[in-house]
Design a protein around this ligand. Sequence first.
Ligand SMILES: NC(=O)C1=CN([C@@H]2O[C@H](COP(=O)(O)OP(=O)(O)OC[C@H]3O[C@@H](n4cnc5c(N)ncnc54)[C@H](OP(=O)(O)O)[C@@H]3O)[C@@H](O)[C@H]2O)C=CC1
Ligand SMILES: CC(=O)N[C@@H](CCC(=O)OP(=O)(O)O)C(=O)O
Length: 299
Amino acid sequence: MARIFIDGEAGTTGLGIRQRIEALPASYGLEILSIDPALRKDTAARRSMLEQADVAILCLPDDAARETVALAEGLDVRILDASTAHRIADGWVYGFPEMAAEQAAAIKAARFVANPGCYPTGAIALMRPLVRAGLLPADHPVSINAVSGYSGAGRVAIEEHEKNGGPAFFLYGLNLKHKHLPEIRHYSGLTRQPLFVPSVGHFPQGMIVSIPLHLKDLPGQPSAAELEAVLQDAYAGCEHVRVLPAETQLVADTLANTDDMELRVHHNGEQVVLTARLDNLGKGASGAAIQNLLLMLGL
Ligand SMILES: NC(=O)C1=CN([C@@H]2O[C@H](COP(=O)(O)OP(=O)(O)OC[C@H]3O[C@@H](n4cnc5c(N)ncnc54)[C@H](OP(=O)(O)O)[C@@H]3O)[C@@H](O)[C@H]2O)C=CC1
Ligand SMILES: CC(=O)N[C@@H](CCC(=O)OP(=O)(O)O)C(=O)O
């Protein structure tokens, strides 16, 4: 039996995690400890939940997540943080089990696990194996384009889109300082800051991250097939990450309500566009959190 406290249970990510835990077999023995909604921001009530829980999953704004971690000081509770607060922090393990051969074991043993960002899940999955194989130099001038469903912006934005309608499509993060850049750079192994241009479409869930590259600018001028072979090798046997053949068109919400991610290498012989397709709330958030929770509990 493991007791799970979801701090921020009523939010978008918290609700997705709760629903996924409730759908797990009863034989897993997971019990959700729910806080009185009226006390969800009360420090003493949250500390009491942390005292009772084996694992706390934080689905909170960054500052509130930092506050919960401070409240847990001196307790045995393990923490899985879905916010951006601790993703490259010392003492935290990045919760992307497919990222490296040793990552799942590190997550299993960790007290503090940081769930990855939605866009970084796609970007790191595409670039990290290529950097490690020496096919993408760490200082390459990388550009990342991405589109997300509007649910990525949280409960308030979802209500706005669903009640009042929202723009069909917009670019944002145009100060070029999006909060996901540090983790993208860190875990991809890049030394040069990539250009990252995210966008939102008027659909609830789904995401495509795309990275264009000129093959003649890469060391040894590899073929698209060589890049694809590296990705195939990196994710062979992974349940939730698949490398699939190129398409001529890619729809952003095809994987909505799944916890999977698809990677592709599109090319014309001289140029490639690497793509990752996922659900921003699935493998990009709550689905990844469940993967991490089960690893942490040895299930
Ligand atoms: N949505 C996404 O695609 C993803 C989101 N995340 C991360 O998960 C976290 C939550 O995001 P999301 O679910 O979208 O956000 P939401 O706005 O949908 O939910 C946030 C929840 O946290 C509650 N909350 C806010 N402040 C406090 C506090 N001080 N103490 C206790 N509860 C509090 C909110 O309650 P109330 O509304 O009453 O204020 C709400 O229930 C963020 O850090 C986000 O970066 C991670 C991956 C993807
Ligand atoms: C569409 C949208 O607004 N997306 C959010 C990212 C989603 C999110 O909250 O990401 P993490 O918590 O995983 O970092 C943003 O760009 O800030």
